[in-house]
Each structure stands twice: as C-alpha cells, then as structure tokens.
Design a protein around this ligand. Structure first.
Ligand SMILES: *Cc1c(COP(=O)(O)O)cnc(C)c1O
Length: 435
C-alpha cells in the first residue's frame, strides 16, 4: 500500500480516492515570506529578473534561443568584468561553485600562498589546502588538511590585506599560485588587488581572486590587473540574480595554458570544458555552444536580465550609488553610537555601543524574527553586519536605519529615533543641494 496520497489521486472521482491525506511526508505547499534581506547577501532580486525567470518558456538546453542567450550573457559578462578574456562565462550554482572551478587549477603538491582576513577567504584557503594536499596529507586530516605546499597568511579580522603583507610573502615563498579575496565579506574589508596583482607579476606568481562580493558593486576592470589570472564571483550579491543561476568566472589565456598543460581533477567543474556550452571550444569562439551539462532556460533568461540591468545602470554609476548610500547608513549608525570597522560599500560591519556589547546575536535574532534580515559575523569577534544590496534609495536606507534603531531601542539603547532620521534626511538633502 502506498504511504501517501499521490498527485494522480486528485484526478480520480471521490469514491476511488482510497487514501486519506494522513501522511507524515506530504507537506503543505511551502510558503516563504517576503523579508528585507539587509545582510551581506543575498540582495533582493529585481522584479525584472523574477519576471524573466517566470516568463521563460520550457525549452531544452540546446534550443536556439537558450544557446543565443548564453552567448549574449557571455558578451555582457565580459563587459561587467571589464575583460577581453575569452574564457568568461557562468558556472551553474552559487559563488562556491565558481570558486571551485577556478581553484581546480590547484593540483596536489602545487605551492600556494593564500591570504585570509575573514570567514570567506578562510574557507577559500581551506578549499586550496584540500586541493593542494597529497593523499597522505589528506588522510592525516581529511576535513582540515594542512599540506606543506600551502602557506596561509592570516590577517586579523577587521584589517585589509595590503602590500605590506603581500609583497614580503610572495618575495619569500615565490609560490606557483597566490590567492586573495577582493572584498572579504566576513569582516567587510576591501583588500588591495593592485598590490596583489603587482606582486604576482613581480615574482612570477599566478594570482587567483575571490571577487564574489565586489563584482557588480566596485568599479574595476579585471584587465587592469594582469598579475591575476583567475577570477570568480557569484549570482546573489552585486549581480543580483538569486534565482539560483550562474557564478561569473573569467580566466586569462595564461591560466588556461596552465590547465591545458597540467589538467584538472574534474569533468563538470573543468575551466575549459565548462566553457563549451557558452560557445568557447578549445579556446575558439563558436556561434553556438555544445553540450556540457543541462543548463536551464529559466536560469539563462534570469541571468540575462540581471546582466542587462547591471549594464544599463553602468559599472561606474552603480559603484558611486553604493558609496553614496553606504555613507548615509554609516553616518546614521555612527550617530546611534555604533562603531563601524568595515570599508566595503555594500555592507556595514559594526560594534554595538558599550551598553549593548555582547548582545549582538540577540539583537540580530530579534531583527530576523521581524523579517529584517541582518547578520552577525560568522567568525570572531562577534559584530553586526547590515547590507544594502539593491537598496539604493533614500527611502530604502531610511527603512533599514529605522528598523535597526527600533531594535536597539527595544533592547534598551538610549537613542532618539527622531534625531537619527533627521540626520539621515539632512544627509540626503545636502547631497541633493550639492548636485
Ligand atoms: C558570499 C561569499 C562567498 C560564497 O558565496 P555563495 O554564493 O554563498 O556560494 C564566497 N566568498 C565571498 C567573499 C563571499 O562574500
């Protein structure tokens, strides 16, 4: 006997409906509420992207318009990344999926210097240690290998990775690969990719960068950083395409030559093979892609629209808008007695005022329970993270600030909500007057 009601049973006339809905495993339709996603990511997806996702017809992964859409996405991505790299495309999945493709160039025994200044670059460094470890090193500590070939340079939480750390490490180790996060979202710090790229060039090192948090927010063009040969980003932060779509990656010819020469231990996450479906075959551009795996027409339509939105906004203008609104949020929380320790423009990482210190997680929980999705830091020290992805308006920032102020007041903070919103109004009015 079947344990639960099957869909077909709904189409039977009542007397034939033998099985009652008493099952433990057939759940009601999942309802997910609309929240204000004001954390490090994901950002609220633009309605245009959701419409593109929902309005795409059912078409298989080799249908002509799906393939054309992939080629168009590839060209738009080159614009968004600021590159002529032929191997620029999207990896199905999340940010880690794109990073996995990029880091697959690291083979067992490869020497690597990885800089880590927060949660995400820490996980990247773990990925690198797993890939560089030999069999014996992996066996000794399978979940957290410490291969001899990898040097992880830990930079304290709240600090950026700069030339003072990068230059001596690469000069001393002269590794094959070096790794850094561009924007470390765990601590909200911008790292110096100019110094990183220059040091890589100077010492003949191949640079790899996690640009998950910066692509689509910072105004940079990867072709200005020739020391960096591999870049990986994500769908849900600056590109704003959460309906699980594509993690943008870009690889220089130098990187691809390395893969060609040495190979990689993956079929699906192979930097050269993955490019085939996007119309890049053996380094040549072809008019339409060929099968690599089953891509989704819905995802392609959404990704395409997200890239169109980013290009319409313009890389430089988008970066200015983030800086402008982050400044508003920063001033408001500072006026509320918080201390901001980040310098990213999509995210504010802060310490609560002394009276509330130690209650960060409690505050974040209370906000999240009320549909205001802010975050604590995921590694020590515990701080509060408030993000503004796709919240680029005075009204949206004012909403975020008021919700945060009310939550602090509810926990006993001594602050004047009127004064805070007044200060915010002044910021926006004087900025308008200056233009
Ligand atoms: C968010 C983030 C990741 C992980 O991205 P997912 O989409 O969660 O896989 C990796 N690195 C950095 C710097 C990030 O900000």
């Amino acid at each position: 006997m079947r344990a639960f009601l099957q869909v077909e049973d709904f189409f039977l006339p009542p007397p034939f409906r033998k099985i009652k809905m008493t099952s433990q495993t057939l759940f009601p339709t999942l309802q997910i509420p609309e929240t204000l996603a004001a954390g490090p990511g994901p950002g609220n997806t633009d309605p245009r992207v959701l419409a593109a996702f929902a309005n795409a017809g059912l078409a298989d992964h080799m249908q002509a318009d799906v393939l054309r859409g992939m080629i168009e996405c590839k060209h738009m991505l080159r614009d968004v990344w600021g590159t002529v790299n032929v191997h620029t495309y999207g990896v199905a999945g999340t940010g880690w999926s794109g990073l996995d493709v990029m880091l697959n160039a690291v083979l067992p025994g490869d020497s690597v210097v990885a800089f880590a200044n927060g949660t995400f670059s820490g996980i990247d460094a773990l990925t690198i240690r797993m890939k560089s470890a030999n069999r014996e090193e992996l066996r000794v500590n399978p979940m957290d290998p410490k291969p001899q070939s990898v040097t992880v340079i830990l930079v304290p939480h709240g600090q950026s990775v700069g030339a003072d750390v990068i230059e001596p490490a690469l000069a001393e180790k002269k590794p094959k690969w070096a790794f850094m996060a561009h924007w470390e979202t765990g601590s909200g710090r911008v790292n110096d990719i100019r110094a990183f790229s220059d040091a890589c060039e100077r010492h003949g090192v191949l640079g790899l960068v996690d640009a998950v948090s910066s692509l689509g927010i910072a105004d940079f063009a990867i072709d200005d950083y020739p020391g960096v040969v591999g870049w990986a980003s994500c769908p849900q932060k600056g590109v704003l395409c959460l309906p699980l779509t594509y993690a943008p990656v870009s690889f220089s010819d130098r990187y691809i030559a390395e893969i060609k020469a040495s190979g990689c231990h993956s079929y699906v996450h192979h930097p050269i093979l993955e490019a085939r479906h996007w119309g890049v075959i053996d380094g040549a551009e072809v008019p339409a892609g060929s099968y690599h795996r089953t891509h989704s027409g819905y995802a392609i339509a959404a990704f395409h629209e997200a890239l169109r939105i980013t290009l319409q906004h313009g890389r430089a203008q988008k970066a200015r808008d983030y800086a402008y609104h982050e400044q508003a949020l920063r001033q408001a929380v500072t006026a509320m007695g918080c201390q901001v320790t980040s310098n990213m423009t999509s995210l504010v990482v802060l310490n609560l005022p002394g009276a509330l210190a130690g209650r960060e997680k409690e505050l974040v929980q209370a906000c999240r329970a009320a549909g205001f999705g802010i975050w604590p830091t995921l590694s020590e020290p515990v701080q509060v993270r408030i993000g503004i992805l796709n919240q680029l308006s005075a009204a949206a920032i004012t909403d975020i600030v008021s919700r945060f102020a009310k939550a602090m007041i509810a926990m006993g903070a001594d602050l004047d909500l009127n004064a805070v919103t007044h200060g915010l109004r002044n910021y926006y009015q004087s900025a308008k007057a200056a233009n």
